[in-house]
Design a protein around this ligand. Structure first.
Ligand code: ATP
Length: 441
């Protein structure tokens, strides 16, 4: 199958749209911005929340074998000593002696050529650079007060394994899911929110009997791939790529990445890893606590093996935006539209009175406040109706409801669908059920 092509200008278009419409702003912008850090605006916060909610729905709500937790971000060195992150969570850093640019050696196209200045053979020897953010808890900045910002959410799950087992009656195979911020002092953050130093992860550790690892690994590769497709990502812009042995993380006996075709090429959205019993074993050794599972029925005792689907919420949101972005010619004008799955769309509906006259705005506002009880609903009475439609198209709003002068007489409104732009006249008191039937939310 021929690989789909991606408009090289798509990246700039998305960055621009994000800023213009309130999805993502550069952080601390009034002070000149702050090193690849971003803030999610009024629209972006809705969409990011939807991405996380959809993950939670499929991983926790719809299953009886997965529970959630929300662990602390600040964590003691002991956790990272045990997990191996203090020793091995490093990237190889090289400096160009010619231009001073700093690069991650394992991400260079040619390991001898500086991509910043193009010079060959000017790199320093690689140094291993630990990616964890180190800080101090409490007023005294000494060795005893060192704390780390977690670089992944997974360890908060492993250290709570016994707590969860003891409080939920779950037994392998079962999972513990978590969504939250992680921090990595990336050498080369970039590509907008693709690689940032502060980001959000959606991770699940699935604990299984030791001989069942490979089976569940296959299962989760399939499930997770389908999640993106079900939320509207075209399957031809996704692929599952197994890691080469030299790519594997220190804890993994097998990993596959779900990759998306970004404007710069295929890149990772999510990794599905067989972490074996590495983490539980290490935490048991380091803490002195028993972290094995005791099967009362068979009298068997074992350390569960773990399959981990680990996705990035912020990175995934950008991929959904890129997959949904479209430009169409409509009556000689370019219409920018986000064909977002309704579950991901920031607003499900917008109510637009045709004029600012109170005889329209009052009932339109009443309709909007009724709909708000069911869906995120925008209300907009400024500018010409065509421009308001365009704005909602750019936000990916699946339906617009227009309240016009006839509506006052006949109690009906015009409902316009985003993708087809088809319009329907619908009785005001039926708008909510009309939308419910079509929104799949
Ligand atoms: P990479 O090789 O790109 O540095 P990784 O393989 O170390 O990433 P994981 O540790 O598997 O990444 O993290 C799981 C997921 O968390 C990634 O698939 C990605 O979606 C997200 N993620 C990791 N690092 C970042 C980052 N710096 N910014 C945004 N998202 C990230």
């Amino acid at each position: 199958m021929a690989e789909p092509t991606v408009d090289p200008a798509l990246f700039d278009k998305i960055v621009n749209l994000c800023k213009r419409r309130g999805f993502v702003f550069p952080s601390a912008e009034i002070y000149g911005g702050f090193r690849s850090t971003y803030d999610y605006g009024p629209i972006g916060v809705l969409m990011l929340r939807n991405v996380k909610d959809q993950w939670w729905r499929s991983m926790v709500q719809l299953r009886d074998d997965v529970v959630g937790i929300d662990a602390a971000i600040l964590s003691p060195p002991a956790i990272w000593e045990a997990s191996g992150h203090l020793a091995t969570f490093t990237d190889p850093l090289v400096d160009c002696r010619h231009c001073g640019a700093r690069h991650r050696q394992d991400k260079l196209d040619d390991p001898d050529v500086c991509p910043t200045c193009g010079t060959r053979g000017t790199f320093t020897e690689p140094r291993q650079f630990n990616l964890m953010f180190k800080t101090h808890a409490g007023p005294v900045e000494d060795e005893g007060s060192v704390a780390y910002l977690r670089p992944e959410t997974a360890q908060g799950i492993f250290v709570n394994f016994s707590n969860v087992v003891n409080t939920t009656r779950k037994k392998p195979p079962f999972g513990i899911a978590q969504i939250g911020k992680s921090f990595r002092n990336e050498i080369t953050p970039g590509n907008f929110v693709f690689r940032t130093r502060e980001f959000e992860q959606m991770e699940m550790e699935y604990f299984v009997p030791p001989d069942e690892g490979p089976r569940w690994y296959d299962y989760w590769c399939g499930e997770r791939f389908q999640w993106y497709v079900d939320l509207g990502m075209p399957a031809e812009r996704l692929r599952l790529r197994a890691h080469e042995p030299d790519e594997l993380s220190h804890y993994s006996s097998g990993t596959s990445d779900i990759e998306f075709l970004f404007p710069w090429g295929w890149d990772e959205l999510e990794g599905i890893a067989q972490r074996t019993d590495f983490d539980l074993r290490r935490h048991a050794e380091h803490s002195g606590e028993r972290l094995d599972w005791f099967d009362q029925a068979s009298g068997e005792r074992y350390l569960p093996h773990v399959v981990e689907p680990a996705a990035g919420a912020t990175r995934t949101m950008m991929a959904f935006l890129m997959a949904a972005y479209d430009e169409e010619e409509v009556r000689g004008e370019t219409r920018v539209v986000l064909h977002l799955h309704p579950r991901l769309a920031p607003f499900k509906v917008a109510v637009l009175p045709l004029s600012k006259k109170p005889e329209l705005t009052e009932p339109a506002r009443a309709l909007a406040s009724g709909l708000r009880r069911a869906f995120m609903c925008d209300y907009d009475e400024t500018q010409a109706i065509g421009r308001r439609y365009r704005r909602q198209d750019e936000l990916g709003t699946p339906f617009c409801v227009t309240f016009d002068f006839e509506s006052v007489d006949d109690g009906r409104v015009t409902v316009r669908e985003r993708d087809s732009m088809d319009q329907d006249r619908v009785a005001i008191d039926e708008v909510e059920s009309y939308l419910r039937e079509r929104l799949e939310v």
